[in-house]
Ligand binder design. Sequence first.
Ligand SMILES: [Zn+2]
Length: 94
Amino acid sequence: MPSKCGFCNESSWEMHLESPTGGTQQLVFVRCSACRAPVGVLPYHNSHAKLEQMDRDAQEAYRLTHGALASMEESVRGVILYLQRQAQPNDWNS
Ligand SMILES: [Zn+2]
């Protein structure tokens, strides 16, 4: 036996995404598709927004890592130059 709306006695339902006034979160209202009386509310998990945030976080992590690697590469080059100079005889002392 299907569920019946307590207001209009119909038995067809729909899910409808709404942003309640004053709220920051979107909610899914389960409501009668005939008279739109809500019978339940579910949290809405916006996976697209989460994926976009993860993408921004990954790009920031890449940018920071790339900067750190470039800095390390520069330091290693400096060490190599120093070691090469130490290994070579100085022209002006010979
Ligand atoms: Zn109804």
